[in-house]
Design a binder for this molecule. Structure first.
Ligand code: ASP
Length: 327
């Protein structure tokens, strides 16, 4: 009797799980949580991806929900604690790998509390300034920074955000401390930068390309090793070129689900992600903004989890050395 019970329960569970998986996503919408403000670069990737996912998910409704704050960790925590049914996903960036070192009391375990669905893209960053800044290239900016020590404001999207990480590296490369001004995302930060309320910001090209092209902000360099080929950005030098030794930041975005989503549902989501990342419209729109879509190998869940673990190992010592953290 005991034995019969033991085997009957898991079988029933298995049956329930597979029926659910067969129907997934059904009529219930899928929500992609973006842990930053609407209108910013993470939001933009999520919204374009949501459109591209609709078809491979049998016409499902895929919506984007913004849960901003604390460098992305509020939204990530929301997803870590959401029902593990595949209907709540997280689109996060490099912050998933920098927050374990930056937050002493992170309310979730980065490598244990999520299902890793796969990587989405890589996006370079640009160093930009307010339009009224009296500098039009990096050499002029360097002089201005030197002359204005102690008075420089640097916008970011909170501790653990990509803009925060890039700003940290910038300050440490120059051995110059700046006053950081945190926002809930770089969309509101961009509004203030254009308005001249803050001096500088480092942000993904998905948010800065059109502002640079439209001359709404000053641009001083890109954070990649090589110059970019995107028409709007190819005139910009790399920050290494202008003298910031080894300066390199490339932002990745990945898709995650709460731990415990049934394997067949995960497979459907991962398959759909692979199809979405080949959607010609999605690829073109991303490429135009400087983003590079990753290949199938990097969309493999195990591969992406391994990559995030390696990024944690890469950034933890850098962040520790900077002595920055939040309780
Ligand atoms: N680009 C932002 C960052 O600094 C986040 C965002 O607003 O999407 O991480």
């Amino acid at each position: 009797m005991k034995l019969l019970l033991k085997s009957a329960v898991p079988l029933a569970l298995l049956a329930a799980a597979s029926v659910g998986a067969q129907d997934f996503p059904g009529t219930k919408p899928i929500s992609i949580v973006v842990p930053f403000a609407a209108g910013g670069p993470t939001d933009l990737v999520a919204r374009q991806l949501a459109e591209a996912l609709r078809k491979p998910l049998n016409g499902a409704t895929v919506v984007v929900e913004n849960a901003a704050g604390a460098g992305g960790t509020i939204g990530a925590n929301k997803v870590a604690k959401a029902p593990a049914d595949g209907h709540t996903l997280l689109l996060y960036h490099i912050g998933i790998a920098t927050s374990p070192a930056l937050y002493r009391n992170l309310p979730y375990k980065t490598l244990e509390d999520f299902e890793y669905l796969g990587m989405v893209n890589e996006v370079p960053m640009t160093l930009i300034g307010r339009p009224t800044l009296p500098a039009s290239n990096y050499a002029e900016l360097a002089k201005w920074l030197e002359a204005n020590k102690g008075k420089i404001n640097l916008a970011n999207a909170g501790l653990g955000a990509a803009s925060h990480l890039c700003g940290l590296l910038f300050q440490s490369a120059l051995k110059l401390e700046m006053t950081t001004v945190p926002y809930k995302g770089t969309a509101p930060a961009m509004t203030d930068l254009i308005g001249g309320q803050v001096d500088l910001m480092c942000d993904q090209t998905t948010n800065t390309s059109s502002q640079i092209e439209g001359k709404k902000v000053k641009a001083f360099g890109v954070t990649t090793r090589q110059r970019l080929t995107t028409p709007a950005l190819k005139h910009l030098p790399t920050l290494q070129e202008v003298g910031l030794k080894d300066f390199e930041v490339n932002i990745f975005h990945g898709l995650y689900a709460p731990k415990g989503v049934p394997a067949p549902v995960l497979k459907k989501l991962n398959d759909a992600l692979k199809v979405a990342l080949k959607d010609p419209d999605f690829v073109r729109r991303q490429n135009e903004l400087g983003a590079v879509i990753v290949n199938d190998k990097r969309v493999e869940p195990a591969e992406h989890k391994k990559f995030v673990a390696s990024e944690i190992n890469k950034w933890t010592p850098v962040i520790r050395a900077a002595g920055v953290y939040a309780d």
